[in-house]
Design a protein around this ligand. Structure first.
Ligand SMILES: *[C@@H]1O[C@H](CO)[C@@H](O)[C@H](O)[C@H]1NC(C)=O
Ligand SMILES: *[C@@H]1O[C@H](CO)[C@@H](O)[C@H](O)[C@H]1NC(C)=O
Length: 372
């Protein structure tokens, strides 16, 4: 008697348990930055910074180039997977309309930096201020679709990733000896300058409604095959570029702490808005001991030409490795899908040495109630 009286309650509870995950709105994901996170915006632009032809994308299911600077997935794709979402479309993609807007948007554009003069050699790219303008435009489109209140909720409950800064060294300050910026600034002053500009960009993204923002540092830019080809006879990383990223990263962390103190709590009134991602540390692990991670090489690019396969761009005429999983670097600057998977794993469950003040799995747990 007692047990049958309970039965409808149990059935109800079971039905609800099934209904909740199905009804849970996936978390929107927004991406800003450069080629490390571009999902194909540059395909729609007249620029030389592009990855839309073979062998880029060689390890995707249909082996087609998408504009990602990888043999397969890049870090944003892997973060989407950890959110349980489909990959985010490039903002310029004609497929980004209707319900697809709820998944988020990727505004990144290969070649850009914090500064407007970074990447000028690539001509027509989407500089960071333009990416923010597109984010506003996106929100107007979303509001038309689901109404302004609901649109604001989607943005407030979203996750944002921004990867910027490497090009301000590689494709600006150190692009040529005696570059304009290196004559204008000492390295310490240049770092202060770009971080003061970056701080405004990061404030602006918060101002546009984002409440969880992953901000990556600068990786081991002196160790990429392109720099080894130019500066290294023995495979050792370029000390000057390494020094730049070593000086920049701790100051970025300090700036994020200042911003967190300034803007208060993040999504749902809990936890930080800005989360620092130590990509330098993530990448250093493979460079210091590639074999420990199953890589045969952390110095030679899979696709390219010349020393370390680090000269020029990856094209169908390049020398191409057979087993991409054995290489840390896909081309002269960008990691392989397998390296990206290991990097993304640290985003998800790394200690505070890799991502701080908290990792993505902690953020997802913290924000679960926002997506019910
Ligand atoms: C970059 O250009 C944009 C658009 O022209 C401008 O609003 C912004 O202030 C510029 N940033 C810097 C650092 O000069
Ligand atoms: C990061 O993620 C894992 C779970 O995946 C968790 O156990 C760990 O405590 C998290 N945080 C830190 C700071 O390591």
């Amino acid at each position: 008697m007692a047990s049958s009286a309970w039965l409808p309650v149990v059935v109800c509870a079971l039905l609800m348990m099934q209904a909740v995950p199905a009804a849970r709105a996936a978390r929107a994901f927004f991406v800003f930055g450069d080629s490390l996170v571009d999902n194909g915006n540059n395909n729609y632009l007249v620029t030389t910074a592009r990855a839309d032809s073979w062998p880029y994308g060689i390890d995707t299911p249909d082996h087609r180039a998408t504009g990602r600077f990888s043999n397969g997935k890049n870090v944003p794709d892997l973060i989407s997977e950890s959110l349980g979402s489909e990959p985010v479309l490039p903002y310029l993609s004609p497929e980004l309309h209707g319900a697809k807007l709820l998944v988020g948007a990727n505004f990144a554009s290969a070649g850009i930096g914090i500064l407007n003069d970074t990447g000028i050699q690539f001509a027509n790219i989407i500089r960071i201020s333009k990416q923010l303008t597109y984010f506003q435009q996106y929100q107007h489109r979303l509001a038309k679709l689901i109404g302004p209140d609901q649109a604001a909720r989607v943005v407030a409950g979203s996750l944002t990733l921004i990867t910027l800064g490497g090009n301000d060294f590689v494709n600006n300050y150190y692009l040529v000896p005696y570059s304009v910026r290196s004559r204008e600034f000492s390295l310490p002053d240049y770092i202060k300058y770009i971080l003061s500009e970056y701080k405004q960009v990061l404030r602006h993204i918060h101002g546009l409604g984002a409440r969880r923002i992953l901000v990556t540092g600068v990786g081991p830019i002196g160790c990429v095959p392109a720099e080894l080809a130019l500066h290294s006879l023995d495979g050792r990383c370029d000390p000057e570029l390494q020094r730049a990223s070593e000086a920049y990263n701790p100051q970025l962390e300090a700036m994020l702490a200042e911003l967190n103190a300034e803007v208060g709590n993040g999504a749902g009134g809990n936890g930080p808005v800005y989360v620092g991602v130590n990509t330098r540390r993530m990448h250093d692990d493979f460079i210091d001991d590639p074999h420990a991670y199953g890589f045969a090489s952390a110095t030679v690019a899979c696709c390219g030409q010349g020393p370390y396969n680090g000269i020029g761009i990856c094209t169908m005429a390049s020398s191409l490795c057979a087993d991409r999983d054995q290489y840390v670097f896909w081309d002269a600057f960008h990691p392989t899908e397998r390296a990206n998977k290991l990097i993304a794993q640290q985003y998800v469950s790394g200690t505070t040495d890799y991502i701080s003040p908290m990792n993505l799995s902690t953020i997802i747990k913290l924000d679960r109630h926002l997506h019910d």
